[in-house]
Design a protein around this ligand. Structure first.
Ligand code: SF4
Length: 61
Protein backbone atom coordinates (compact mmCIF):
# COMPACT_ATOMS: atom_id res chain seq x y z
CA UNK A 1 0.00 0.00 0.00
CA UNK A 2 1.02 3.56 -0.60
CA UNK A 3 -0.19 7.08 0.09
CA UNK A 4 -1.02 9.37 -2.81
CA UNK A 5 -1.48 13.14 -2.71
CA UNK A 6 -3.53 15.12 -5.18
CA UNK A 7 -1.29 18.16 -5.55
CA UNK A 8 -4.12 20.13 -7.12
CA UNK A 9 -5.83 19.99 -3.71
CA UNK A 10 -2.91 19.97 -1.21
CA UNK A 11 -2.34 23.29 0.58
CA UNK A 12 1.02 22.31 2.08
CA UNK A 13 -0.07 22.35 5.73
CA UNK A 14 2.37 19.55 6.57
CA UNK A 15 0.01 17.60 8.81
CA UNK A 16 0.37 14.32 6.97
CA UNK A 17 4.16 14.39 7.04
CA UNK A 18 4.05 14.70 10.82
CA UNK A 19 1.32 12.10 11.26
CA UNK A 20 2.87 9.55 8.93
CA UNK A 21 6.47 10.37 7.99
CA UNK A 22 6.93 6.86 6.56
CA UNK A 23 4.30 7.61 3.96
CA UNK A 24 4.43 11.32 3.21
CA UNK A 25 7.09 13.95 2.75
CA UNK A 26 7.13 17.53 1.53
CA UNK A 27 8.30 17.98 -2.03
CA UNK A 28 10.44 20.82 -3.30
CA UNK A 29 7.24 22.45 -4.51
CA UNK A 30 6.10 22.82 -0.89
CA UNK A 31 3.35 20.25 -1.32
CA UNK A 32 3.13 16.79 0.19
CA UNK A 33 3.75 13.60 -1.72
CA UNK A 34 3.60 9.90 -1.07
CA UNK A 35 7.12 8.60 -1.37
CA UNK A 36 7.39 4.90 -0.64
CA UNK A 37 5.44 1.74 -0.09
CA UNK A 38 4.00 1.92 3.40
CA UNK A 39 5.44 -0.36 6.05
CA UNK A 40 2.62 -2.41 7.62
CA UNK A 41 3.12 -0.51 10.87
CA UNK A 42 2.33 2.81 9.18
CA UNK A 43 -0.81 1.93 7.23
CA UNK A 44 -3.16 2.99 10.03
CA UNK A 45 -1.31 6.30 10.39
CA UNK A 46 -1.60 6.92 6.65
CA UNK A 47 -5.33 6.16 6.71
CA UNK A 48 -5.76 8.53 9.63
CA UNK A 49 -3.85 11.24 7.76
CA UNK A 50 -6.19 10.70 4.81
CA UNK A 51 -9.17 11.22 7.11
CA UNK A 52 -7.64 14.28 8.75
CA UNK A 53 -6.30 16.07 5.67
CA UNK A 54 -8.22 19.37 5.65
CA UNK A 55 -8.74 19.29 1.91
CA UNK A 56 -9.20 15.57 1.29
CA UNK A 57 -6.12 15.33 -0.89
CA UNK A 58 -4.89 11.94 0.34
CA UNK A 59 -5.71 8.49 -0.95
CA UNK A 60 -4.27 5.31 0.54
CA UNK A 61 -4.41 2.20 -1.60
S1 SF4 B 1 -2.48 17.03 5.18
FE1 SF4 B 1 -3.36 17.33 3.12
S2 SF4 B 1 -3.16 19.53 2.73
FE2 SF4 B 1 -1.82 19.05 4.43
S3 SF4 B 1 0.21 18.68 3.48
FE3 SF4 B 1 -0.82 16.69 3.69
S4 SF4 B 1 -1.89 16.37 1.72
FE4 SF4 B 1 -1.37 18.54 1.86
Amino acid sequence: MKGYVDKDLCVGCGMCTGACPDGFRMGEDGLAEGWQDLPDSSIDDARQAAEDCPVGAITVK
